[in-house]
Design a protein around this ligand. Structure first.
Ligand SMILES: Nc1ncnc2c1ncn2[C@@H]1O[C@H](COP(=O)(O)OP(=O)(O)O)[C@@H](O)[C@H]1O
Ligand SMILES: [Mg+2]
Length: 260
């Protein structure tokens, strides 16, 4: 989390969100261009996410579900109007791109792999999203048909063109199961640790019951992305449990994520 002090205009926020900001110091905590995230230091601290209309409904639903499992912050407010706003309580600790975690990469790799294996062992009977695989494939299909593609991801795969990628996806997509509770965006900034112990997950709007290889792929990719080396991939798989990891499915997920 990179907190940068800013001045927030309360009138930009709906009336039910303003009490979380009034009289507080405000910081920008955004991590991606898709959403604006600010931190208010009032009381125990709040995070307020703003994103286009209806884009936060699933995050609201899944954060509530993860909170019921003790794995995510409480949602204090969700407003869908001209835009969407989500207010969550601050999770104690620091996300995994904090220097104290990045400077101990082996421990970070093992810790995030073990946490993921535990998440994937949870009883998902009450999860509101039971068909992550279908949603995941549909999103990819829409991007492919719209001609959208993540070039950086594409270049890491040995594929001639995007049509080739789509042929591989349609041939193999039946391999994917709805077998475990997924985080759905298992990246270091979305995992909050308190002195190396899981304190909570955030950004769970892409979660649901799906194929474990989605989270494993991102667990490996995020270590590569933040540490700029591929050297933790095998270690992550070993720490997760290599008996459960199928390299063919990991490659399939990498191919689908070209269109993610
Ligand atoms: N409830 C929370 N508790 C602690 N940190 C949070 C919370 N919500 C957001 N953050 C911090 O803000 C960052 C961005 O929030 P996030 O919801 O992941 O936005 P994005 O969708 O842009 O990745 C996170 O990486 C994390 O550091
Ligand atoms: Mg995030």
């Amino acid at each position: 989390m990179n907190l940068r002090p800013i001045n927030a205009n309360l009138n930009d926020y709906p009336p039910s969100v303003r009490p979380y900001l009034e009289g507080a110091k405000i910081f920008d905590s955004s991590c991606s261009p898709q959403a604006k995230v600010i931190f208010s230091d009032k009381d125990e601290g709040f995070f307020i996410k703003t994103s286009p209309k209806e884009s936060l409904f699933l995050e609201y639903t899944m954060t509530n579900y993860f909170h019921s499992l003790g794995l995510a912050p409480q949602v204090l407010e969700y407003v869908s109007d001209s835009e969407d706003w989500l207010v969550t309580a601050k999770v104690n600790g620091n996300d995994c791109i904090n220097q104290k975690y990045l400077e101990n990469p082996k421990k970070l790799c093992d810790t995030t792999a073990h946490i993921l294996r535990e998440l994937h062992s949870i009883d998902f009977a009450r999860c509101p999203i039971k068909n992550h695989t279908a949603i995941f494939l549909k999103t990819a299909e829409q991007s492919y048909k719209a001609g959208l593609c993540d070039k950086e991801m594409f270049e890491q795969l040995d594929l001639k063109n995007t049509a080739d990628a789509w042929t591989l996806i349609t041939a193999k997509s039946k391999l994917l199961k709805n077998e475990v509770l997924l985080h759905g965006d298992y990246c270091l900034p979305n995992i909050i640790l308190d002195d190396w112990k899981l304190s909570g997950f955030i950004d769970v709007g892409n979660g649901g019951v799906g194929d474990r290889h989605v989270d494993i792929f991102w667990g490996i990719y995020t270590l590569f992305y933040n540490l700029r080396t591929h050297q933790y991939a095998k270690r992550f798989i070993d720490a997760y449990g290599k008996d459960l990891v199928d390299p063919e499915k990991l490659r399939l997920i990498a191919t689908i994520e070209i269109f993610g």
